[in-house]
Design a protein around this ligand. Structure first.
Ligand SMILES: [Zn+2]
Length: 365
């Protein structure tokens, strides 16, 4: 079969590789749609994020199979002990806890000391076929497209962020950023139990989507966000701020100023959930946060923990199946055939330049 192989940073090539063979507790999935995550794009380019050091060590020994944990496919082979039916449409949870370390034995798989990651520590779905443990497989309900399934992991992340904020009925939510994570956060808040939902973004097209998704107050690039939030919350500030816009300006993101904005817009005793991935070290408004007793939180996925629960994926897929959350409107670009993977990675790494909202998807025949 054909699969993406990383021959060095910035050199992702689609090569002929051996077909996967399932172990008794695994299944082989024929990939129908896959999208690169923003983290994968950064790792391909050699950015010092996430598992960069591990990847650099592996590359020192030669080319490595790389990428592909956000995908949809059809089970084509099932190991004898898998309990999964051939022909089922599925996706998989990317983090596989070891089940044997001290954390796993204490029922804390989110703190597993030796987790595996599909597409990083084992071959992933940047390929025509991928073998995954049956325990990680998530069945896809009827009526959800392959494209929506491949885009489900960011929605699971948005659900984790919402859960972390522990929003009580009617609480106000400010979402900073109207990119894919911001637009998902708005929809989850709307169909969760939020009261007034406010969004601050820059792109008129994305803000129009935010309005369609149920944001009550939509603030563009020229808005005085702090004042507008005060006005919408009877002068006290937002109960919860979901921050999704920070990150490198060269990738079209808003730098590190978003945490300052969040700290100025949240109410006394409120919560800020940091969804974006900011640099390891930067100047932060710690004094202001302490003075106002604001909790700074991180979702379980993306930073500070793993999200191995298939139940969140199942819930996310149900939200899409019911039409409560629209992920397909966020998928602006699709390429065809496995050989288009390097181009999809390049375009996803430069989403702003290509006018893409969701990562660029690759559809397989
Ligand atoms: Zn473990």
């Amino acid at each position: 079969m054909r699969a993406a192989v990383l021959h060095g940073f910035g050199k992702l090539v689609v090569d002929e590789v051996a077909d996967p063979v399932p172990r008794p507790d695994e299944v082989v999935v024929d990939v129908t749609c896959v999208q690169p995550s923003v983290t994968e794009c950064g790792l391909v380019l050699g950015e010092p994020i996430a598992m960069h050091a591990q990847l650099a060590r592996a590359l020192a020994d030669g080319p490595v199979r790389f990428g592909g944990h956000e995908f949809c496919g059809v089970v084509s082979e099932a190991g004898a002990d898998s309990g999964v039916a051939v022909g089922a449409t599925v996706t998989a949870v990317e983090t596989i806890h070891c089940g044997r370390c001290a954390a796993c034995r204490r029922a804390r798989p989110d703190a597993c000391a030796r987790p595996e990651f599909i597409g990083f520590t084992r071959p992933g779905a940047f390929a025509e076929r991928v073998a995954v443990p049956a325990a990680s497989v998530v069945p896809v309900p009827a009526g959800v497209s392959a494209s929506a399934v491949a885009a489900i992991q960011p929605l699971a992340g948005a659900i984790h962020a919402h859960a972390e904020a522990d929003i009580r009925p009617g609480e106000s939510v400010l979402v900073i950023g109207a990119g894919v994570m911001g637009l998902l956060a708005i929809q989850v808040a709307r169909h969760g139990n939020a009261g007034v939902v406010i969004v601050a973004g820059r792109s008129p097209a994305k803000l129009a989507l935010a309005e369609r998704f149920g944001a009550d107050v939509v603030l563009g690039a020229d808005a005085d966000v702090r004042r507008a939030v005060r006005d919408a919350t009877d002068g006290i500030g937002a109960d919860v701020v979901i921050e999704t816009a920070g990150g490198p300006p060269e990738a079209g993101l808003a730098g590190v100023a978003t945490l300052d904005l969040a700290a100025r817009c949240v109410r006394r005793g409120g919560r800020i959930v940091m969804v974006s991935v900011l640099p390891q070290r930067f100047e932060a408004p710690v004094g202001l946060l302490r003075e106002r007793s604001v909790a700074l939180l991180h979702p379980r996925s993306g930073a500070g923990g793993y999200s191995p629960a298939a139940s969140v994926f199942e819930y996310a897929l149900r939200l899409v199946a019911r039409g409560d959350v629209d992920v397909e409107s966020l998928v602006t670009h699709r390429l065809h055939g496995i050989d288009a993977l390097p181009e999809a990675v390049e375009m996803t790494a430069n989403k702003a330049a290509h006018g893409a909202i969701n990562p660029v998807q690759v559809v397989l025949p």
